[in-house]
Design a protein around this ligand. Sequence first.
Ligand SMILES: [Zn+2]
Length: 98
Amino acid sequence: MENDDPRFHYPVACQRCGVELQLGRGSCYLVKIEAMADPSPPQLDFEDYPNDLNAAFRDVLEELSHLSAQEAMDQVYRRLSFYLCARCYARWIENPTG
Ligand SMILES: [Zn+2]
């Protein structure tokens, strides 16, 4: 599996502005993001499958069969990490979803 930890990628650059960063000088930030699909139990719509719950599961498996294992994983869980320079971090942290 590819290592997504930016500390193993040299030279290290700010993900936003691309400036090369000097690690170990306290002048940049390592940002880690963990995103997962809604972890609530799935709500099956039984009205679509009044008599055949197995058909409901077959349909779900059919949908998943079109995805590679990596694509299926990417739909439910992603973990990202990247560096930002101090200036870009100051802007980003005030509006991370903007
Ligand atoms: Zn930057």
